[in-house]
Design a binder for this molecule. Structure first.
Ligand SMILES: *Cc1c(COP(=O)(O)O)cnc(C)c1O
Length: 383
């Protein structure tokens, strides 16, 4: 079955007549009719599917979402967290101990950098950033290297990496490869198939898709050395059944939203490229984008993001340009149905790679008409 079909069918209860969507089950305590039923639930709890033993472990609603995500990602296990950052912090602190060496890509999401620098380094993990332009990660691997962490395309600057090669190196040296795949959200590529052991995604973005839920998802392959289910249990991570329901509902339209928003971001990229004073437009589908060939090989499309670097000389003009936009909202995050714009100050967010000169502005194309979006940019740009 194609993914579009699966997205339309996830979460249905089989056997009995039921709605097309799973029920929202709210419960902390779960009551069992007999002790043997409790024993059976405990046993099922050890499997991938079962968790309805106590509210903290999950409900039939969150299980429906977990099963959908495991299938979409081609993963053995899917675990839910109350935010993408909660997922990143829980998994990284579970995977690494004092004395372990972490190789982490320089272009990771800035909160991931904070987790590495503040949570991990302070506990004695040796944190080493590597360039997004790295040609051979093997040159940096040490005896104590435990985890390689990558994000492709990278946050804001969107460099692509050769993830299958990172995966190959990780396997050669018995290292765990963890990737942040929020950009593709399990739809524009298949992180587990590309060789990631553990894939972390902010479901707040495209999986939810409607700007109204915070959630993180961790999927893992059968050969991952870290038990992600155990990691989430130890930290007591839980999501509400209402939020699980909303993310599964958002996933119904994941394919059509990404297709449409991807087309719009390409159109925005081409329009922005023609402006006077634009130093660079960063977008994986542009032929001269760093790692474009890897994007062609590993991805089936782009999402709604496009980053623009305006020349230094235009810096005074940019705040006024952004303030005059009527459709693009000024705000953090992305992945919802709405178009957004945000200046990104990258200072302190790169250790190895150069921070681009000029003003960096990230746009996110929502589901609005592309001609309205271009008109909005045009009216705001005119003096
Ligand atoms: C937004 C984001 C996160 C964090 O997710 P939250 O759900 O906001 O906590 C992690 N990684 C990337 C790449 C993101 O863009």
């Amino acid at each position: 079955m194609k993914r579009e079909t699966k997205l339309a069918m996830y979460g249905r209860l089989s056997g009995t007549p039921s709605g097309v969507a799973p029920p929202i089950v709210r419960s902390s305590t779960v009551i069992f009719p007999t002790l043997s039923a409790l024993a059976a639930a405990k046993k099922e709890h050890e499997t991938e599917e079962g968790s309805f033993l106590y509210g903290r472990f999950g409900t039939p609603t969150s299980d429906a979402l977990r099963m959908a995500l495991a299938d979409l990602f081609g993963a053995k296990t899917a675990v839910l967290f109350p935010s993408g950052v909660a997922a990143l912090a829980s998994i990284l602190t579970s995977a690494l101990s004092a004395g372990d060496h972490l190789l982490i890509a320089d272009n990771v999401f800035h909160r991931t950098r904070e987790i590495a620098d503040e949570l991990l380094a302070s506990k004695g993990v040796i944190v080493e950033y590597f360039s997004s332009k790295i040609s051979n990660i093997r040159n940096l691997i040490q005896d104590k290297t435990k985890v390689i962490f990558a994000e492709s395309p990278g946050s804001v600057t969107m460099e692509l990496m050769d993830v299958p090669d990172l995966a190959l190196a990780a396997r050669q040296f018995g290292i765990t490869l963890i990737t942040d795949d929020t950009y593709s959200s399990g739809y524009l590529n298949s992180p587990i198939e590309l060789g990631s052991h553990i894939s972390i995604v902010s479901a707040t973005k495209y999986l939810c898709g409607h700007g109204d839920v915070m959630m993180g998802v961790v999927t893992s392959s059968a050969n991952a050395s870290l038990n992600v289910k155990r990691a989430s249990r130890l930290y007591g991570q839980v999501v509400s059944p209402d939020d699980a329901y909303l993310v599964l509902r958002g996933m119904r339209t994941l394919g059509v939203r990404l297709k449409r928003q991807g087309e719009s971001s390409v159109a925005l990229a081409h329009w922005l490229r023609r402006l006077d004073g634009v130093e660079a437009v960063l977008h994986p589908a542009l032929k001269d984008h760093p790692g474009h060939d890897w994007w062609r090989r590993d991805f089936s499309g782009v999402n709604g993001l496009v980053t623009v670097i305006f020349k230094e000389s235009l810096t005074p003009k940019i705040p006024n340009f952004i303030d005059r936009l009527k459709i693009f909202g000024i705000g953090a995050s992305w992945g919802g149905f709405e178009s957004l714009v945000l200046p990104c100050d990258l200072s302190g967010q790169r250790s190895v790679d150069a921070i681009p000169d000029g003003t960096v502005v990230r746009f996110h194309a929502g589901l609005e008409s592309i001609s309205d979006l271009i008109d909005d940019l045009e009216q705001a740009w005119r003096d």
